[in-house]
Ligand binder design. Structure first.
Ligand SMILES: [Zn+2]
Length: 325
């Protein structure tokens, strides 16, 4: 679902650090908060070797006003030693370190089967323990976490997607997440969902379409006030172009997108209520979609995987069979 299908070649350490220096130069000295989105996992050695990780953090010392640093990583790769190395390399001005984990869906079936995430709540809780241990050794530093929540993975209905996002945000914030980031799914090049959204003939129940913008507004409106204020919405804004974006129509795309951006900036629910009340043709379409659910996710996912497997065979690709539990 992500940008990896468009990843170019892997850079060596000198190239990475040269680019990093150029970027920091462009940002200027006044930066107070910096989020490092490695396009993957900051604590995974195969993606960011230990020496690069520490060198990237050390270079932040050129930002004298830096208070908060964040980075994305897969939770199971955060060991006490690696976290300690990163924390020790932080400039002394930094008071807050935030690790961002992709949880995507708290339920096992969509997370493990539709997304193939490979880890989940158990691993995140284990990492939170490690974070507390390291934090206790560094007075004046808070180590927090945020988590990324996927709105509408493949095979999920619109209604299931809304319910799963609500449950996932609930889990993140109940476990002390500083922010839940709701990502509206898009269709990117070289992804499974591009195949499922593409022109090949397939059962209609497994065709992929990104979520409606209205579903994101619905998720926000269903959250308790305190949690809505800790939830932001991202996804359509990306450095990598998407074939398909979250859905709406020509009449409502500006106000609905605008309401989501306004929510990120101001957290004023009146903007969301206003957006939800806009009447347009796609509102009817969205409401029909919410009511149009007949079979279970297990049935849809099973059919989808069978179809993908048979397609893969016809492309001459071999891979291990996927089973659902
Ligand atoms: Zn519309």
């Amino acid at each position: 679902m992500c940008n990896f299908g468009m990843t170019s070649r892997q850079l060596d350490m000198d190239e990475v650090l040269a680019q990093w220096d150029q970027l920091l130069e462009r940002l200027g000295e006044g930066i107070q908060r910096l989020h490092i989105g490695p396009g993957g996992s900051f604590f995974t050695d195969a993606e960011v070797p230990a020496a690069v990780r520490v060198a990237v953090i050390r270079r932040l010392a050129r930002l004298p006003f830096l208070r908060a640093v964040g980075m994305e990583t897969r939770a199971p790769f955060v060991t006490e030693q690696k976290l300690e190395e990163v924390v020790s390399a932080l400039p002394p001005s930094v008071e807050r370190l935030t690790l961002g984990f992709g949880l995507e869906c708290v339920s096992d079936l969509p997370r493990l089967v539709c997304i193939n995430k490979g880890y989940g709540p158990t691993e995140i809780l284990r990492t939170l323990d490690i974070m507390r241990t390291v934090e206790s050794r560094h007075a004046g530093l808070t180590i927090a976490f945020e988590a990324y929540v996927m709105l509408k993975p493949i095979f999920m209905s619109e209604q299931e997607a809304i319910g799963e996002a609500l449950q996932t945000i609930d889990w993140v914030l109940r476990h002390g997440g500083e922010t839940a980031v709701l990502f509206l799914n898009t269709v990117k090049e070289n992804t499974l969902q591009a195949v499922l959204a593409g022109p090949l003939e397939k059962p209609s129940s497994i065709c992929y379409r990104p979520p409606f913008l209205r579903s994101a507004i619905e998720v926000l409106l269903q959250l308790p006030d305190e949690w809505r204020e800790k939830t932001v919405v991202l996804g359509p804004q990306s450095a990598m172009p998407a074939h398909q974006l979250p859905k709406s129509c020509a009449l409502c795309s500006w106000p609905l997108n605008g309401a989501l951006v306004a929510h990120n900036l101001y957290r004023d629910p009146a903007v969301l209520h206003g957006a939800a009340a806009i009447v347009c043709p796609c509102k009817d379409e969205w409401e029909q979609e919410l009511g149009a659910d007949s079979e279970t996710l297990v049935a849809r996912a099973t059919r989808g995987i069978e179809w993908l497997e048979s397609e893969a065979r016809s492309w001459g690709t071999t891979r291990a069979p996927v089973t659902l539990h």
